[in-house]
Design a protein around this ligand. Sequence first.
Ligand code: HEM
Length: 492
Amino acid sequence: SFRQQLPQGLKRLPGPWGYPLIGNLLELGSNPHLTLTRMSQEYGDVMQIRIGTRPVLVLSGLDTLKQALVKQAEDFMGRPDLYSFRFIADGQSLAFSTDSGEVWRARRKLAQSALKTFSVSPSPNSSSTCLLEEHVSKEADYLVGKFLQLMEEKKRFEPYRYVVVSVANVICAMCFGKRYSDEDQELLNIVNVTHEFTEVASSGNLADFIPVLQCLPSRTMKKFIEFNRRFLRLLQDMVKEHDVSFEKGSIRDITDSLIEQSQEKKVEANANIQLPKEKIVNLVNDLFGAGFDTVTTALSWSLMYLVSYPDVQKKIQEELDQTVGRERRPRLSDRPMLPYTEAFILEMFRHSTFMPFTIPHCTTKDTVLNGYYIPKDLCVFVNQWQVNHDEKLWKEPSAFNPERFLSAGGKEVDKAESEKVLAFGLGKRRCIGETIGRWEIFLFLTTLLQQLEFSVSNGEEVDMTPLYGLSMKHKRCEHFQAKQRLPRQSSE
Ligand code: HEM
């Protein structure tokens, strides 16, 4: 409570005054990342707000985030017990459940290792560098064909609906060794409504903080619960099929590899924990779920920027022509030679900050940050949007300008600048799919842009207003056009 004695020498958390019972609820509004960024300018990098009667710590500022999430990682690595998170993967999710102890640690390691084996590890019997390259190349080529076909049939199209199936098929191939048709209703019904998930799983979802709202009927909450149910069922069916056809010695995909792990009764070398079988196999839920919505959202924002900034699109294509040419497809190994493309992707991450907050954190013990006393079990919002738009870090943060990341006359990506962009979190809870996510975005984009030029129909405006959520989407745009690029003129 407010009158609680503070340990000596420590400061009380600053923050805005709040109303009884509702706290700062009314100020939060429909864009909490913008509101909390503005508030942090007044109260600082470490501040406390209240949503309902529940206090929340809001962290901003790159240095403060590094201090909390990296240097004091243990103190800030928990996940809060939020009402809506209990519905995700039956409360067993690696990313959203309250567990941050030995079991979480062991599961995270298993997930990381299974993911690596079936994505970026060298591929023994294929011409591709790795399975990820093979899958993405195939799906991106397919997408090029699809866009051209849609242009023939309808003269315009809405890209998200097709991008999401291609991206889902990449993670699907790695997890389940299977691909869906882009007319598969079961898959479409799920992948096309991820906003039903991301709206509720966002930082500041009111029902998580104001218990009375949990008892009132809510369309959004009902859809969220239904989404999670359908998602779980889809994945459980896949796992069942794998259980039946599983053969030791012929591990086909991530699910097989997790089943194999769950059968090995070996105890973790350094700890006395034995994971129950389900807690291993259901890691595939986290990998599949986290693996397609994020990458799809990133690609969709990329397409929006490309049609809004045609000069930027041209520059990427010129770079591709000079480095890769048209005779062969782009490969992962081309990435270091394409600094402008890399700068574009970085600027897309920074400018959109489509994950404005990480998944909420929670303190695991009483601690101190920047001289402020912070109690155990306090819910923590990590404001990535603030960092990516901080005027102390960026010149003209609201301008979309890939060049800000280039040095050496445009020949290199400035490493220090690129490391200021926050998109995957930091520290012990940082995303385990970062490498895969970045590779996928790179290879999808370069494969598309090598062959196609994107635009919107004459006179149509693209609406880039982000819709708040765990991952922010934009309004779907029905007016995309793509045309096959003209053969390169031989000037030499
Ligand atoms: C967690 C971003 C792709 C798997 C996270 C977090 C962020 C994030 C912000 C939360 C970090 C925190 O709470 O502090 C992204 C972005 C991606 C991406 C921007 C792509 C552009 C992926 C992919 C996978 C993945 C491809 C897996 C295939 C996970 C998992 C967690 C996570 C399992 C939970 C980690 C934990 O709680 O211990 N990601 N991610 N992500 N991500 Fe990603």
